[in-house]
Design a protein around this ligand. Structure first.
Ligand SMILES: Nc1nc2c(c(=O)[nH]1)N[C@H]1C(S)=C(S)[C@@H](COP(=O)(O)O)O[C@H]1N2
Ligand SMILES: [Mo]
Length: 391
């Protein structure tokens, strides 16, 4: 039995109903690890069991905020079992004053609460032709939650970062080995860096709450980074160490993994993935759905553009021959997705229809129609048709 404050476990609805009035620590004791593994499959689709990789049912999208038990889980290594009493966050490297902070100290600092959309850079991978390596996500490796935490910039300020620093490395407590043709010989931690400039001005939060609840274990308890507008890999979970470096950081998860090819002066250059790309997804109808002929159907989905804002979403109901604007719902929220809808006059004639959606951001970037092969198995934002049956 672990001691100290424990995060709420993602739990089966029936169990939660009975345990709703109990304190979190007691719930965790009641459930045990078996109950957790079983319960998550109620809300999430299992893509890999060990380590646990679960995706949302995107077709069930119905709100701006993704509830914690419906938020995708992307893990590279086993979930580390951390105890908030003994856990510490270390800030070290090229800083004047290295820091070591406890959980209680952190949650006592000035905090911010903001909705931020996380998308895994491999979201949509199962739809790639030819088949690409990695977890076979469909549309559900994306979610939008409200995160509460301490701004990274404030802690770096306190530690006094050396001006010659170029990268800030975020290291998780999880570690293990990987199966890749090129890999370190020994187990290593999940880690990712951001350039110093982004660490200071990018609005990065060190979050300890998700949708008002203590961060669930699978989402990084007790503390995780949230890097707004970037693909999910930068939002390091189970954060235990922050290292300021004067040398550019070339860790595994931004060179071998989570990187792609750009061409500089005609030469391919390996570049770490960073910002999310403009993208809209259709939640409903879903692949091969039967749509009643001659009716009005509400096509519904979400769109996001990393650090930019969604300017428009357009829908095609004729396989891309023509596109018409969808209605953007709610208000724009920086770094969060925007829900949208489109009222479709379904044809009277039965047959197959290819639906397409394309988003454009306020910087003028639109989703490409063709796949860029230099992105290999990441950054999947080209327009993907959904075939439905009108009957
Ligand atoms: N420590 C650690 N942080 C991590 C990961 C991980 O495996 N270990 N996975 C990353 C990836 S690839 C993504 S997409 C997001 C997913 O966050 P979530 O599981 O809360 O949805 O966490 C990131 N942070
Ligand atoms: Mo990811």
């Amino acid at each position: 039995m672990r001691h100290g404050f424990q995060p709420p476990r993602i739990s089966r609805r029936s169990i939660i109903a009975g345990a709703a009035a109990l304190p979190f620590a007691y719930q965790a004791m009641q459930l045990g690890s078996q109950a957790v593994a079983a319960s998550q499959s109620d809300e999430l689709i299992i893509r890999e069991r060990e380590p646990q990789n679960l995706e949302s049912d995107f077709a069930a999208l119905d709100s701006f905020i993704t509830p914690n038990d419906k938020f995708y889980v992307r893990n590279h290594f086993p979930v580390p079992q951390l105890d908030a009493k003994s856990w510490r966050l270390k800030i070290e490297g090229s800083v004047q004053k290295p820091l070591e902070l406890s959980y209680d100290e952190l949650i006592g600092l000035p905090s911010e609460t903001r909705p931020v959309t996380l998308e895994c850079a491999g979201n949509g991978r199962v739809l790639l032709v030819p088949k690409a390596d990695g977890a076979q996500w469909q549309f559900g490796a994306v979610g939008n939650a409200e995160w509460t935490g301490v701004p990274l910039a404030a802690l770096l300020e306190r530690a006094g970062v050396d001006p010659k620093t170029v990268d800030i490395v975020l290291e998780g407590a999880d570690s293990g080995e990987v199966s890749k043709p090129s890999k370190p010989a020994k187990p290593f931690h999940f880690a990712r860096s951001v350039p110093l400039e982004i660490a200071k001005t990018g609005g990065i939060l060190l979050a300890y709450k998700m949708n008002g609840q203590p961060l669930p274990e699978s989402h990084g308890f007790p503390l995780r980074a949230i890097v707004p507008g970037w693909f999910g890999m930068a939002s390091v979970k189970w954060l235990s160490r922050i290292i300021a470096t004067k040398q550019p950081y070339h860790g595994f998860f931004q060179t071998v993994d989570y990187a792609y090819w750009q061409h500089h002066d005609g030469n391919p250059v390996r570049v770490p993935l960073s910002e999310q790309q403009v993208k809209a997804q259709i939640a409903r109808p879903t692949f091969a759905e039967v749509v009643p002929k001659g009716t009005k159907y509400r096509i519904f989905g979400a769109a996001w553009a990393g650090p930019a804002s969604i300017a428009k979403v357009e829908v095609s109901t004729d396989d891309g021959k023509s596109f018409s604007p969808a209605k953007l719902l709610g208000e724009p929220v920086k770094h969060a997705w925007r829900l949208w809808e489109f009222s479709w006059n379904v044809p009277d004639a039965p047959g197959k229809v290819l639906l397409k959606v394309r988003a454009t951001d306020d910087k003028g970037n639109s989703q490409p129609l063709e796949r860029d092969k230099d992105r290999e198995n990441y950054m999947i934002n080209h327009v993907i048709p959904i075939e439905v049956h009108v009957r």
